[in-house]
Ligand binder design. Sequence first.
Ligand code: GLP
Length: 251
Amino acid sequence: MERKQEIMTRIYKAKDYQDLGRKAANIISAQIIMKPDCVLGLATGSSPLSTYEQLIKWYEKGDLDFSEVISINLDEYKGLAPDDPRSYRYYMNKHLFKHVNIDMEKTFVPDGLEPDSEKACRDYNFLIRSCGGIDLQLLGLGHNGHIGFNEPGEAFEKETHCVNLTESTIEANRRFFTSYDKVPKQAYTIGIKNIMQAEKILVIVSGADKAGILDSVLHGPITPKIPASILQLHNDVTFVADEAALGNLSF
Ligand code: GLP
């Protein structure tokens, strides 16, 4: 008997940011336990911090083993070195990798120092394919609906590419830099096509300032103007959002 493929979007409400971290970490842990050599698509930003803290705690307790896990990060600023504290490679080392038993050789972030954009993106697409694709993709949500660094207006069918960051993204990320001028204006990001090919997707959203965009992502039209709206078409997406981000949403 043929099984009907159904689109499945789950929305879990977390009390607060810590609770969000626990719930998201539970889903990631389940993935690692079910498939120890899974490919995790990982994200940076403020949203995943409590999730990574929880994963580290469970690893320290002996409940989680990262030794066979492969990680593929979403994005990286073009021009930043791995040891630059503002780079996403540095962030991942600091907030997760150096605290768990992941094999650093199996952790991947786009090469911010590769000046040839075509090469950087081609290599990353090749990497994703050679790992057999992403089992679970973790995503944060940008204020303008971006995922990874897929900014509004870009084609859904893109794979890894070099993007010109929008004003709103540069503004949102300037808190990590001394001034607006210091924020890199370009980044390498895996594309919507790569994200949509992941087996499962986990989106974490925190804070009242994301309530409006979350509502549009979940209930608005599917449009490149709001990149995350395409997730409505993925057949295994879980949103974990705190009460502030869920606002008055009914679900
Ligand atoms: C950044 C990152 C995204 C991240 C998003 C939200 O620009 N490139 O991957 O998900 O913005 O960030 P935050 O979680 O800090 O709100």
